[in-house]
Ligand binder design. Sequence first.
Ligand code: ZN
Length: 249
Amino acid sequence: MRALSALELLSVWERGQAQPPAQRALTLLAAACPDSPPDALAKLSIGQRDARLLTLRERTFGPQLVSLATCPGCGERLELTFSVGDIRSPSPCQGEVGEGVVALSLSISDYEVRFRLPNSLDLTAVADQGDVTATRRLLLEHCLLAAQHNGEETATDQLPADVIDAVVERMAQADSQADVRLALSCPACGHQWQATFDIVSFFWSELNAWAYRILREVHSLASAYGWREADILAMSPWRRQFYLEMVRR
Ligand SMILES: [Zn+2]
């Protein structure tokens, strides 16, 4: 993986405008990993994908993250500052990898289930389902590979609820980077809770703010000096800031 230039980042941002979040994540990774086939990136488990996005975020905007949260107890607005290292999962994705897909198996109460971890192709396939429960069930169906009951093949849609729950829990354990939670505590009322952190939407909203800022800078410099957009974007941020200060005097 390599860091992206200002020009490349803008082009990713532009392509991602019309894309759903799962596709934006792949557009970012494809630009940063030109040697990985797009199909291989799409087959990474969500945790593997997010680990790579964290690395790319660190190389693009640095290791520090600043996020906002609202206390569900009293409505106080909190500013959270943490680092990429704080939310990196200590245990990387588990399971055997075959043809780019991570497969796992589980034995529970006479059942033996083989399944794989959800990837970007699954997320894209189940998007637009509307309600969360239907989306989750469909996602799970995509990921169940085979099931046996007392040694006999059985249909994966016939599995009892406790077996399904165990599979879901095993998936979360095996791909812990896919579900990052921040333990929060409100300084105003003492309420404690957990907030989900989604690197895709976080990184994309940062990229959005960055793109608006840099396009305004290009506008100012191009208007003042007549320079081309590509030349302005190719400058280091320090040199760009210097000229901007000259223009604003
Ligand atoms: Zn509070």
